[in-house]
Design a protein. Sequence first.
Lengths: 866, 647
Amino acid sequence: MATEAKRSAETPIRAEDLPRANAAVVRLQIDHHAVEVPEASTVLRAAELAGVSVPSLCSHPELSPFGGCRLCGVEIAGVRGYPLACSTPVAEGMQVTTDTVALRETRREILQLILSQHPASCLVCGEEEDCRRTLTTIRKAGVATGCRSCTNDGDCELQRVAEQVGVGEFGYPVTYRGLEPEHDEPFYDRDYNLCILCGRCVRMCAEVRGASVLAFKYRGPRTLIGPAFGTSHEQAGCEFCGACVSVCPTGALADKVSKWDGRPDGVELSTCPFCSLGCQVELAHKDGRLSAARGAHDAEINDGQLCVRGRFCLPEATQHPSRARRPMLRKGRYFRVASWDEALGEVSARLAAAAPRDILMLVSSDLTNEGLYAAQRLVRSGLGSEGIDSTAGEDLPGGPAAWSRLFALPVSIRAVAEAEAVVVAGLDTRYSFSVAGVQVRRALRRGARLVTIDARDSSLARVADSAMTVRPGEEAQALCRLLHAVRIGDELDDARTLAVVIGPRVFDCPGADQLVSELGALSAREGVTVLPLAHSANLRGALELGALRAVLPGPRPTVQPGGRRALSLAALREGRRPAVLYLVGETPFTERPDCDYLIAQDLYQPPFAVDAFLPAASFAEASGTLTNLEGRVQEQRRVEDLPPGAVHGDARPDWKIFSGLAARLGLPDLEYADDAAVRAAIRAELPGFPAEHDRAPRRMAPLPLPARAAARSPADGATRGRGRFVLIPERAGFRHRGSDLSGAVEGLGELRLEDGLRMCPDDLQRLGVAAGGAVTVRLDGHDLVTVARPDADCPRGSVYATRVEAWGGLTAPMSLDPPARLAALSRLPAQPLRVRVTAGDRTQRSGSADCRTPARARKEEHGPDR
Amino acid sequence: MPAPPTLERRRSLAERRWRALAASPRPVVYVGMGSCGLAAGAGEVHERVQAYLREREVDALVVSVGCIGPCYLEPLLDVQLPGRPRLSYSNMTAELADATLDALLAGEVPKRHLLGYLGNGAGGGDGGATAGGEAAAPSATLDAPRFADHPMLAPQVRIVLRNCGIIDPEMIDHYLARGGYRALEHCLATPPEDVIETVKLAGLRGRGGAGYPTWQKWRFCRDTEADQRYLICNADEGDPGAFMNRSLIEGDPHAVLEGMLIAGYAIGASHGYVYIRAEYPLAIKRLRTAIAAMRKLGLLGERILGSDFSFDITVKEGAGAFVCGEETALIASLEGRRGMPRTRPPFPAVSGLWGEPTIIDNVETLATLAAIVNDGAEQYASRGTETSRGTKTFSLVGKVRRTGLIEVPFGTTLRRVIDDIGGGVAKDFKAVQTGGPSGGCLGEEFLDTPIDYENLAAAGSIMGSGGLIVLDRDTCIVDTARYFLSFTQDESCGKCVPCRVGTGQLVGILEAICAGKAELADLDRLERLAGVVKRSSLCGLGQTAPNPVLSALKYFRDEFVEHIVDHRCRAAVCRDLVEYRIVPGKCTGCQRCVQVCPTGAITGPRAEAHNLDPEKCIKCRSCYEICRFDAIAGDAIVIHSGAGNGD
């Protein structure tokens, strides 16, 4: 039998294909090859496993059968017509033929019909071969109608199917639909003229993501795909996860950033550096540059899915033109480029000259394990100082000990999808932790019950069986009460497995330490999984490797409890003045902090004057490992490979910078030849820590609780302060190291997710704040003046603000002139606070830039704040 | 199981009232208020009649009834004077109604527009198939035919339409008096399996078009393990020229609803939906009225008539997409999703609405059930052919003399339907399109074919839901095929390639043929592509969309060839192939055509034959129409097609 169906070289075996203990196996014949597949497989899957390729454009392994392209029709003995391979379930003894003259003819006809509405002149052009090399015929074909001018040329499933089926003599008039491509969306473009209406994007959005943003619009020959009723993707609730782009078989959907990169040179498996879930990503690179990231099919964590940050923000974050790639030193009045030698010499000299107790290093928990370990080792053993701290350490009232107790619980991302009941508190998974949201929705599809606890409306609350709305700041206490009820069997007692997913905001609420205890008690039960989400990609690594205040690698508590004398971020805020302040990927200030010598080591320069800048290599420029919240030590691969020089600069991995300093400080023990050497050092100190990347999840041994930890939160969770509004300071989500991703990534900047204050539209109306108008928030002594944006998810009487722990050297979209009045943001406490809010800029008594009307201004001047 | 006393009491009351209506001491006036009547002006007549009775202070009863069938005679007005039978008058207008009532009340029997007399309870061509009161004997002095002997009604067998036009569809009493809900009572007293067995014995096949045995579908559904099953009544009638379901629901909603209860009981469903297009507002209103009345009598809700069977019915309006008549698209639409078919299996009988086993039955199928139960399966099965039992309703439209809603037993020939019931075609019969846009055009050679599912399919058409469009020599077969194809193209949901793109390409080729721009090779291309669309489309819409083209090509290929080779459209319909000419000998020079010509193509002084400049003519047909109907000569302008000198 002449076969046009080629045996595909690699047939990935997916999890669902593996024989399960009780799954029956069905035997059938595909083109006379005997094959055994699990029952309920489709004929298409069986053919794939038999190594027979059946052409298809609308089917996708992750999605339900659609039956739209009609290419995968096959012949089955005893069955009338041409049943579709993609939607016909296998049956014992079935005899399938995938390639006959009649089938081939039908496929060719259908393909011609598809191509009659898709610019495809190149596919039927006789000079195709020559043109591929020299573009000789591009003028003839017309720029809009050929493959050569398509972003997906060479990486197009339609091209592949056309090759497999053979287009043949083309009998139909070809129509270019002439629809205007959409370029208005933040991350991807949509060209309806290339769309073959396979519906993969629609199904992906509905079935896997549970977002249902995309729909078929209109009907018959006018059918289109997009958000219904002509809304924008953002209005329709799009998560911008890019899953639709990833499954598009043609160039109809394309990433804005990488669409013209063409076929990548290679793809590396790496770990997303943007949050603690540690999603596995496939990094495509082209000409030594990171081109695009796609979700890797990793069954344990993200199973092909990502969030907006992982999918779209990686290339721009590392390639933004304002990346600082060369060492800089302040010399008198000038801040100028220096050689590494010069810079390391100067910095090491300053460090050596300062008294150990006057040195403070702030180190971001976004660094790799290697960077974190080398940092704390340099400070502790090299400089003999206890002056190491991190903004991540401020996140939990209970301190590192509480986090260690959380990581000692059974933590599993995958178990969320398999739970029979899911409790989600203080979390909106639209833009952050979307993969956790995908797992929750997967559980829902399997029939799980979902309970949400939040003060805000959220994407998950809208699909929950029971959505508890609490007052802002009371999420932790409400969750605690619910979990207690679950533990004593009053709630969700029919669920054998339970997952508790907790957003970062909850840990800032009063009562978070009781919550940790309750979680500990609950998880003593079988089948309980806890997902304490943190924005920092390597928070767990920082804890285990001792890159936090008062924690030694292990983690072990510091031997001398004399921490009070050592410098810390809190001490700095209380006014202590370090001699040398060394910022490693941290910028928790809006203006230069008071110190003798300020060093910054980061991807971007901070927005204030520093004395030395050391350019750090980004996640794409250096290899290393990250520890996710489950304790998996996962590999980060280097994909950017640009020659050092004037254009590309010379950024170095963090550990290498610390190693260079150690060499100049005369500390040969702290020098490392490569990242493997750092890992060897880690293993020498911590035999329990995986030496190389090891994706097995680990539970942590909890640190003992400090005696005074319980006293840190107010009794019964009363919110401090006075006023009608509750200010909820949120940890910034769209940050990487010290930098604001919204500044580096254009699309993220367009969404304006974290700029300004977010308030209930009703409140803004009552206050008389116009769209884009400013409000003044009265804090003790420091008034905060900034733009208030209406956010329908916010409850009345709430003000959501993003705490500034990162104001990298990029544009600060929050700034309202003069930026000094944002200073209060860096002084915000972690916990919710009662505040008074008034319209306009109250600090500027006679300001002309006031947005109030004169009458309202007068009223506000004289009327008391209610 | 005896019905609870309330229904029994109500029924005897209803029967008493129904008899009283026939023997009413007051005059009773019936107005046909179905959509067909209303479209013809029944609303005005109804108003006029009421005003008349008020003005003359006549103590009379006015009853609105549904469509009785001969829609071309609408508006129909029946008058029943005390002691006299019910007399039917056709083509009423407000003025005519006045005059007719005047004469009748004065004791005369005006002959103008008189159709005949109708016994209370005896439908046209009733044939004793339904229960009910017998006709009052006409008085010896009455010189009028029986309406049932009207040539359009006489050959019919009205089982499904037993009550249409006879009862007031908004009165549950009328339905009860005519034996309504007896079948339900009977079913509730027997096991559901026996109900399925009865339907099997009756040989009932789905009336939606495909003709799948109803009992088999029910059995699949009943045999599927489930906590919940659903029944859906498919009233999304969308074929151009088809109105069987609309008239049936408007005329006798309880027949459909009783059928739903019987079917729901048989399959073990607890909830039923009527999916009806929003373009049928009157039918929707009647259904809602009927459902409210049923609820009051305990015919819906928990433990119906004291049995263990609980059932409720929801009316769901569709937004008028043709494809939503397809089962899986209908379910999607009902669930609030886009009306888009999905691949099968699983079939709805196994996994349908909300994933539960679901039966979708056509309006007519359901309306037949009560009659089958009441009359017995054998009695029902005795009509029809070997494979197709019972009767079928058709909407007979097009170029026949008598159009309307008819019901005949399977096995009746097309000739009997078109010539006897339809009164024949005025201008040479050309073809009959059965099954609407999914069916085919059958020519003269099929006129003696007995109508049943198999015969129509063998001829390349389908039974469909029952649209019969009769075409005469003034209809261009290519243009008709183009029309149906552009209908299905527009109504395609856009999901699968052959239907979305293929129908468009078919329309493109047909348009080229109509425009005289095609070549003979295009006919092969047309045939091949039609075959691809038929073979490889996802749902019934696409799979049957090429039928009009394929059947037209099969039986009227010469007309296609004529269009292509001779550039001639013999029906003179295809605008690009025709030319307007003035016949010099006939033109009297009345100048009417000169006045209406928008481009000044016609010139000539009064009383002399005019000239038509083909260069300026835009073929708007204005001159042709005015010459035919208004001008002195008439017929002086001809539309000519073809390269030769013409006929």
